[in-house]
Design a protein around this ligand. Structure first.
Ligand SMILES: *Cc1c(COP(=O)(O)O)cnc(C)c1O
Length: 238
């Protein structure tokens, strides 16, 4: 994609977010657009940064680490948004500012132990399996309070909120239902953990519904970078 096209896409997304956020009932007008740069080369990330974005999300460690290294001169904030295997926690703890996909206490403990002490605490969202899909990652809602308690007690993590990837629905009321449930669960947890101020929800196809229900971070890939690239980078560590 040309840099002009990228610039147009980013302008359009930011404008759409700005317009919607001013009218919404839940949440304030601060919404972070997290640009999901999986399968995209470092040059695309640098170009998106020139257009005003500074937060980038990556799903695959093997693919992310060379990009983070190549771009370390830029003031970027990296968010890990992929599945976490135990043997990957050290590299995640060392290279990212945020992790959105914590769904087990064991993983949280490792991330806290392995977070380098000279860095600020790792900012953590708990991934919730909000549509209750058998094959999906994320913690089930009934187990969420226990996981929140465990993560809140870990010294090198800061519990920031909840994240979800609902089952796909066409645009409309059905898209809002799982996001509403997320908001209600966050409100409940905030009574005990007022530091939980983040709802990471909404992607290119359902960002409007997520914003209406109070999203504070939307994770946008294709609406910014166009259709995902396939090939070596995309296959790196599936
Ligand atoms: C790929 C991905 C996104 C972005 O999806 P788009 O539909 O391209 O906007 C957001 N969140 C997660 C966890 C992803 O894996």
């Amino acid at each position: 994609m040309s840099n002009n096209q990228l610039k147009d896409n980013i302008t359009n997304v930011l404008e759409r977010v700005r317009r919607k956020s001013q009218k919404r009932q839940f949440g304030n007008s601060d919404i972070l657009v997290l640009a999901v740069s999986k399968t995209r080369p470092a040059e695309d990330v640098a170009a998106a940064h020139v257009c005003g974005l500074s937060d980038f999300g990556e799903n695959y460690l093997q693919e992310a680490l060379p990009k983070i290294t190549a771009l370390q001169a830029l003031p970027l904030v990296w968010h890990y948004i992929g599945p976490i295997q135990s043997n990957k926690t050290r590299a995640i703890a060392e290279n990212f500012s945020w992790v959105h996909t914590v769904d087990r206490e064991k993983i949280a403990r490792r991330l806290s132990e392995q977070r380098p002490p000279h860095l600020p605490p790792l900012q953590v969202c708990l991934q919730v399996n909000i549509s209750n899909e058998a094959s999906k990652s994320g913690i089930a809602l009934p187990e969420l309070p226990d996981l929140a308690r465990a993560v809140a007690g870990l010294p090198h993590l800061q519990l920031r909120g909840l994240m979800c990837i609902p089952a796909p629905e066409p645009a409309g009321a059905d898209q809002r239902a799982p996001f509403r449930k997320m908001r209600e669960n966050l409100d409940e947890l905030r009574k005990h953990y007022p530091q939980m101020d983040t709802l990471s929800m909404g992607m290119s196809a359902d960002m409007d519904a997520a914003i209406d229900e109070g999203a504070t971070i939307i994770r946008i890939g294709t609406a910014i970078f166009g259709p995902r690239l396939t090939g070596a980078a995309a296959r790196a560590d599936h």
